[in-house]
Design a protein around this ligand. Structure first.
Ligand code: GLN
Length: 290
């Protein structure tokens, strides 16, 4: 069968199974070892027997609900490629907004004064380290996740310090200026798509009965680790958690400016706090120059 026809057929099968059909193209590019341009070039050619066998076996897994990122072993994030497996949450495009906001608003920053809580694959910490040119601290309770994050940091040559532990537990007092986290925030009884619930670590997804447990815990302990000259706190949140997480932050930091940002789909996705007296982005640069 020609490549184009096989792709169309696979996409139809995925739609019928209630799966995301765009994974077929991603998987096919991986099997053929080509990028999108290379795939277009091959569309009118025949698939070899080996290619057909490889494509079919992966397609079975996609039809069963397995994430395509697990088949190919990596996921893109902020223009880089991260190894992923069942021990870590697959980086989501929405989380790139967190990076963008921090990069835009952070002032001059020193090594090891940024912490990423619940780093998982390391996507946030590694990206911030590379974008800002500083060493970033991370904490994760999963030893298996830390092993993945370490490999990612090594391959991408990012400066990252790893701590195994719970929330801010292993982080030293008065050492942090920027606190970021995409903690587990799904409510205990929320029903998730099989592709998520069946294959991604529940440890990285569920945030207690109301999904807010880790925000409460991290914010309560943040006063211990933040330096007096802290700059920013930024959390990824679930679409319905913006107001409550913002209120946790403003209760704890009444002087800070707090806010909620929407993701590409128009849903609340980031809650932040900026210490009083810290100007934003460019203004901050201007203040430093003058
Ligand atoms: N955004 C993820 C999802 O909807 C959840 C991420 C998290 O819990 N931090 O599957």
């Amino acid at each position: 069968m020609r490549v184009a026809a096989r792709l169309k057929q696979a996409e139809r099968m995925l739609v019928d199974a209630g799966r995301d059909p765009s994974t077929a193209e991603w998987w096919l590019m991986h099997v053929l070892g080509v990028d999108r341009t290379g795939l277009i070039v091959r569309l009118s050619e025949e698939l070899s027997d080996d290619e057909t066998t490889a494509f079919e076996s992966g397609l079975e897994r996609l039809l069963a609900g397995e994430p395509v990122q697990h088949l190919i072993g990596y996921a893109p994030f902020y223009g880089r490629t991260f190894e992923v497996n069942r021990d870590v949450l697959i980086p989501r495009p929405e989380t790139e907004e967190l990076i963008e906001w921090v990069v835009e608003h952070v002032g001059p920053i020193e090594d090891d004064t940024i912490v990423d809580v619940g780093t998982g694959s390391g996507a946030i910490a590694i990206t911030l380290s590379l974008e800002l040119g500083v060493r970033v601290q991370t904490v994760d309770i999963s030893r298996e996740a830390i092993a993945v994050a370490k490999r990612n940091a090594e391959v991408l040559r990012a400066g990252v310090t790893f701590h195994e532990g719970d929330c801010l537990g292993p982080v030293a007092d008065n050492s942090i200026r920027v606190l970021v986290s995409n903690p587990p925030y799904i409510e205990a009884d929320e029903l998730l798509d099989e592709t998520v619930a069946g294959y991604e670590p529940h440890l990285a997804l569920f945030g207690g009965a109301d999904g807010l447990e880790f925000y409460r815990k991290i914010i309560a302990d943040s006063t211990r680790v933040l330096r007096a000259d802290w700059q920013l706190i930024a959390f990824e949140i679930g679409y319905n958690q913006g107001q409550v997480v913002k209120s946790y932050l403003s209760e704890r930091y009444p002087e800070a400016e707090t806010g909620i940002l929407k993701d590409i789909n128009g849903k609340d996705r980031i809650v932040y706090a900026v210490r009083e007296g810290i100007a934003h982005g460019n203004e901050m640069d201007q203040a430093n120059r003058s």
